[in-house]
Design a protein around this ligand. Sequence first.
Ligand SMILES: [Zn+2]
Ligand SMILES: [Zn+2]
Ligand SMILES: [Zn+2]
Length: 471
Amino acid sequence: MTRDKSPVGAVRPSQILWTYGPGALIDLPSLSVITMGNDRWEKDRCIPIEEARLLAAVRNVLGPQVEGLRVPPFQQSEEVEAFSAEALIGVPVRPFPRWLRCVKCGLLSEYDLGLFKIKEDRFRPENTRFVHEGCKGSKGNLPAKDADAVPARFLMACRNGHLDDFPWHYFVHSGPSDCKGTLRFFESGASLQTENLWVKCDECGASRSMAHAFGKAGKENLPQCRGRHPHLDRYDDDCGEQARAVLLGATNSWFPITLSALAIPLSRDPISQLVQDGWDYFEDVESEAEVSLVIKTLKKSGALPGIDKHTASAVWNVVATRKTEQALLQVIKTAKKKFFLTSFVAYDVASILTALAEATERGVEISMLLESSDAHGGGVSVDAIGHMKKALPSAKVFYWREKTDAFFGGKVHAKVAVADEVLCFLSSANLTGHAMEKNMEAGVLIRGGDIPRKLHQHLEALITTKILERA
Ligand SMILES: [Zn+2]
Ligand SMILES: [Zn+2]
Ligand SMILES: [Zn+2]
């Protein structure tokens, strides 16, 4: 299908993000095009981006169907041979508005109805344009010669974000009409104010000034919004908005939604960053005393500059936190069929969320017991249940429902993770919060035997006996 593709110009990658994203109009020197929805982009040419936090933020706004993040397609080299396959790599666009007019005879028609032909310029793609082949002028009495065709600069837009072609036939015929006459666009008078711009039907002679497309007259002379998304080839049902005529090039027609995230490497503070960078050195340490030895060795070798500025106790706290995270990740990644997690504050830890999402994808049934927030009668200030349900819609989230008087004010405080009844992790530590940096914590990873099995069965029994309820 490369034959119906033509390069039409170049934009910078940042412009694709900020100005010309899917659904935006790009007003090129001789063409106006719309950036197609990213379902049309060549996925293989778009390099994936691994940014779990950003992905979570995007899913929060757009929904869980967002598979991943990718870079827009781009040509790898500066010098691309004009007729090579690489010259066709890019973001797909389509002429929009579809209506063009001949600058010589005023012929007004859709670009794909055959009256206009595309004239490619592979060496200077920005010069690619449409022409009216064999134009004989507005009176039809001039020698046949190709004339440039330019976009008809009128469009329809509504406040729900729909964008449509200007309804030229409807407008000139004052409503629906059977007349299929050829339309022409012409100017009268010296200035190019809308009063002096006219559309006329060759067949029935009807004509109308473009001034009638705006303001109060516009409301009377233009149809209801059709709910069109031209970049998706889709129409929404029943848009209640009044569509309004807009001029191509109006700067307020497209706005991006921007979300940002700290890119990896990320950490709360310099010690965390250092520990993350030098994890190979700390991975196997078991105590503050061992950390102290590692720091001394690193200071001598200069392998991790800056680590000696921190006390062994502070570094050990960070190492322990990270070990908690690593242990929990190990359990999640082991799970093949089912995984049960209780009360770890993990909804904003990107690595954990990513691992849980991956587990879901390979068919693991995930259950979680979380503490309700104060607002929902629980004991924590953050709505962990709400966050988790949003981030991981397929997980079964439970809360402690049945609290008899004796347990009034009690919290789900056990931090337990079990995979397939064979591997479990028990810990006193949460994964976030400043308490982690100061508290004394302990954790244990148990593989095989009775404990992981009994633990999982106990948690399931709490559900069966309705002490836990689906949130
Ligand atoms: Zn013409
Ligand atoms: Zn007509
Ligand atoms: Zn609409």
